[in-house]
Ligand binder design. Structure first.
Ligand code: TYM
Length: 334
């Protein structure tokens, strides 16, 4: 990896099967960016402990996230593809950044408030400082670009704040990281039930996973929420119909989308046909990825090798940054 390339960093939590939101929000960009940038992509296993303290399934989930990314086209020879817990310096930087992060701003984070609502019995300090750990992941490699979906926008804003505060107090070490997507707007892939976004662990029947079997994909799409169709020409689409069109734009051809847009506008749309078409196009997209996952996942030796190779690259970059950090902070006594 040539040193002059601009630096990219991103991560995914190993809390379940990856889905179309992870693909179109993040992984699709990883695959493009690995060609032109110095990339650090990570399985965020420490972050998963904030909500999933039971580690019995962690190894399997880590291996799955590795295999699923590689099946999508992530190339561990081009990017550093590693596990968060293999880069111990992350924890050191996290500690320093925690002194620059304020309780008030952390409590106002949308993802924190959501998690408090979902799991009132487990509001731990790690959950509160989740965005600080994420900022450490990113700036540890002095990354400028962070390919993520729309739900991560606020975390990136916080990472910029922490980086700036550090630079201001101790001297310029970090560039300002920005959320990145080639199509400019960050992506939010909606769920099939018209409520919220696709997610690893919630609303599983409304989420299309990269490992779903063909019949399961067809079944989920067939159940997507629709209605009797518009009764007035050129009417505004309700949210759940807008979502279905958004999903079509990910996998259907322009002709197909144009046909159903026209049918919608002149009130002849047949949602049964639309969903059949969308189901088949989703199967066409997901099936080859699923097949690759199924060949990569059983090869534990290969996955171990990927993690080792990734850890080596990430540790080298982390070591270089932390030397600058300690010097800037004056934490070098001999
Ligand atoms: P996580 O594991 O929830 O999601 C991984 C990536 O997938 C994107 N994503 C979506 N994009 C569009 N539509 C959706 N429905 C959708 N669902 C998920 C997310 O935006 C993300 O890009 N906090 C991070 C993990 C993380 C991280 C980092 C990310 C840890 N350290 C450093 C970037 C940089 C998270 O929970 O992602």
């Amino acid at each position: 990896m040539a040193k002059h390339k601009e630096i990219v960093m991103s991560g995914i939590r190993p809390t379940g099967f990856l889905h179309l939101g992870n693909y179109f929000g993040a992984i699709r960009n990883y695959i493009k960016m690995q060609e032109d940038f110095e990339c650090y992509f990570m399985v965020a296993d420490w972050h998963s402990l904030t909500t999933h303290p039971d580690t019995k399934e962690l190894r399997g989930n880590v291996e799955r996230v590795l295999a699923e990314n590689i099946a999508c086209g992530l190339d561990p020879d081009k990017a550093a593809f590693f596990c968060q817990s293999h880069v111990h310096e992350t924890a050191e930087l996290y500690l320093y950044l925690n002194m620059l992060a304020y309780k008030g701003e952390l409590e106002k984070t949308v993802t924190f408030k959501d998690k408090v609502r979902q799991h009132p019995e487990n509001v731990n300090a790690g959950l509160l400082t989740y965005p600080v750990l994420q900022a450490a992941d990113i700036i540890l490699h002095r990354a400028q670009y962070v390919p993520v979906g729309k739900d991560q926008e606020q975390h990136l804003e916080m990472a910029r704040n922490f980086a700036n505060r550090f630079n201001h107090r101790y001297g310029e070490v970090f560039p300002e990281p920005v959320a990145y997507n080639y199509n400019a707007e960050l992506v939010k892939v909606p769920s099939l039930d018209g409520k919220g976004k696709m997610s690893k662990s919630e609303n599983q029947m409304a989420t299309l996973y990269l490992a779903d079997e063909d019949d399961m994909i067809r079944k989920k799409v067939a159940k997507a929420k629709t209605d009797g169709g518009p009764t007035e020409m050129n009417s505004i689409k309700p949210d759940y119909i807008e979502n279905i069109f958004a999903l079509m734009k990910l996998v259907c051809t322009e002709d197909v989308i144009a046909k159903y847009e026209a049918d919608y506008n002149n009130c002849t749309i047949r949602y049964g046909d639309l969903k059949k078409q969308l189901g088949e196009d989703m199967v066409k997209f997901i099936a080859p990825v699923r097949e690759k996952i199924n060949t990569i996942l059983p090869d534990k030796n290969y996955l171990k090798q990927v993690m080792e190779q990734g850890a080596e690259k990430a540790n080298k970059s982390a070591g270089e940054t932390m030397k600058l950090v300690r010097e800037a902070m004056g934490l070098k006594y001999f």
